[in-house]
Design a protein around this ligand. Sequence first.
Ligand code: AMP
Length: 219
Amino acid sequence: FHGTSHRYVSQRVCDYLGRDIKTQRIITCHIGNGASVAAIKGGKVIDTSMGLTPLAGLMMGSRSGDIDPMILLFLLEQEKLSAQQLSDVLNKESGLLAISQLSNDLRDVLEACDRGDEKASLAVNMFVNRIAQTIASYITDLDGLDALVFTAGIGENSALIRSLVVQKLNCLGLSLNQAANEQGQLFIQNSQSQAKILILPTNEELMIAQDTMRLLEFK
Ligand code: AMP
């Protein structure tokens, strides 16, 4: 699903750090309307939050992410939803949209937070919590961390979400330079941070073009 993006930014981060990917423990966060996190050790993905479908893992704009599986049976039995209705609820009517009861677009939800809307605040808290929990579990998978990367619509553009996520990871030794974060600089960790933290624009089109070239053996 977001594999192309995770691969692109994990390679770029090593270019910027001047380090060999084979020596690096990297967590890439593709946070847009769809969202996923990947743990990359020595250039190989060892865990990622999406599953058989993009529904798994993080809470997203309109996807639920991971939920108690018994909720599906409850909706089938109690609400008499068909399989198609169930799929629509989970994929198109959940996530930020359902919790905020406003929008799947984070900008709308953040605006509502500024107006003191409690459901919007709950949606943002849940969204941030799930991202931070996933990063924390991947730090244990990787036995530490060299670089954390934020990419995609929210990862690249929302200083607030990056700040709230990293704040929850202070206890694991990650911390931000708030000014660099606000300015959207490439490196946004502070001098105490145990790992580099970067904002990197993704470029899935370039990766696809390069893969196509390789497959066609032009390169
Ligand atoms: P994507 O799917 O990668 O295009 O990302 C779309 C998401 O990025 C939407 O939820 C937008 O609200 C969010 N987004 C884009 N720009 C900003 C911004 N400046 N601040 C907060 N969220 C943003």
